[in-house]
Design a protein around this ligand. Structure first.
Ligand code: IPM
Ligand code: MG
Length: 355
């Protein structure tokens, strides 16, 4: 099989973790006889520095011509004071919108070897296996009107949380389809006691549930969900929620697994899907061979499984990750006493060796 992948390392540790991810992909290609062709593309701070905009048209074109996109992370203190449209994060929002990636799948599964690395008690996190399905191209992050303006002699900032029925319908379907292949439970998270968008959300999700009679649907307010994720995360199978709630809850879910450096994601819905670690660019440790590459390597596994239907190859990566963790190898973020501290490259090499 030959596949074309647009590779966007981005900024900070994005560069290192993507290099690690590609080394694993290389190994898979060699072992299973596939060819992966890469086209490097710029986005985020590095694109601002070289092209003056966070998401050059050329990058989008390269993504559209590829079979999948692998992204590292964007952003850094250097660009934090930039005006809104010249912030690195705009590249991510632009890619999601332009590629039509409305469904963001963020699995949080605890590796048994890492049960001790979580800040939560062992019996709370042991066995956690949930997926946050985050709506990715609507809601508060994209709604208009938005802005900062002068009203009655002072500045006001405002945003719009808006969802159409069709936007809710398609993300709900995405969640039910995923749940159908798992433990068959969807928890739809909203704030329907306050927000009209949430009231519509709840009604539409309830309607879609009728098409999936084998899946059990429950509803939960977002504040309660934040609490339940920490109190009893094992109650969840698939959580479906709007863009900002999903952004926040998926970071919380990530910590159940010990570190956000473990969490992979897939953004789907358009013709090409995008795969990226959930963590950001971590400027404080960038360029020091300290970053945990597992989130990116696991994202590569998701790419193989979802975009290329290479289930066996994806399994090989996931098993190799489990093996290195069981062997006691750890990057700093998941290090505990008695385990062996390794760098980004070494972690990737160990995973490659076990494939
Ligand atoms: C994420 C990140 C992004 C988001 C930022 C960097 C724009 O937090 O992917 O969760 O808010 O979606
Ligand atoms: Mg986030």
């Amino acid at each position: 099989m030959t596949k074309k992948i647009a590779v966007i390392p981005g900024d900070g540790i994005g560069i290192e973790v993507v290099a690690a991810g590609l080394s694993v992909l290389q190994k898979i290609g060699k072992k299973f006889g596939h060819t992966f062709e890469y086209t490097k593309a710029l986005a985020g701070g590095i694109a601002l520095d070289t092209a003056g905009i966070p998401l050059p048209g050329e990058t989008l074109a390269k993504c559209r011509e590829s079979d999948a996109v692998l992204l590292g992370a964007v952003g850094g203190p250097k660009w934090d004071m930039n005006p809104q449209h010249l912030r690195p994060e705009q590249a991510l929002l632009g890619l999601r919108k332009e590629l039509g990636l409305y469904s963001n799948i963020r699995p949080a599964k605890i590796y048994s070897a890492l049960v001790g690395a979580s800040t939560l008690k062992k019996d709370v996190v042991d066995g956690v296996d949930l997926i946050v399905v985050r709506e990715l191209t609507g809601g508060l992050y994209f709604g208009t009107p938005r802005g900062i303006e002068e009203r009655d002699g002072e500045k006001v900032g405002f945003n719009t949380m808006i969802y159409s029925e069709s936007e809710i319908r398609r993300i709900a379907r995405s969640a039910f389809e995923i749940a159908r292949a798992r433990r068959k439970k969807v928890c739809s998270v909203d704030k329907a006691n306050i927000l009209e968008t949430s009231q519509l959300w709840r009604a539409v999700v309830t309607g879609i549930a009728k098409d999936f009679p084998e899946v059990e649907l429950s509803h939960m307010y977002v504040d309660n969900c934040a609490m339940q994720l920490i109190r009893n995360p094992k109650q969840f199978d698939v959580i479906v929620t709007e863009n900002m709630f999903g952004d926040i809850l998926s970071d919380a879910a990530a910590m159940l697994t010990g570190s956000i450096g473990m969490l992979a994601s897939a953004s789907v819905g358009g013709t090409v899907a995008m795969y990226e670690p959930v963590h950001g660019s971590a400027p404080d440790i960038a360029g020091q061979n300290k970053a945990n590459p597992i989130a990116t390597i696991a994202s590569v596994a998701m790419m193989l499984r979802f975009s290329f239907s290479l289930g066996k190859e994806a399994d090989a990566i996931e098993t190799a990750i489990e093996d290195v963790l069981r062997a006691g190898l750890r990057t700093g973020d998941i290090f505990t006493e008695g385990t062996t501290l390794v760098g980004t490259r070494e972690m990737a090499d160990h995973i490659c060796q076990r494939i």
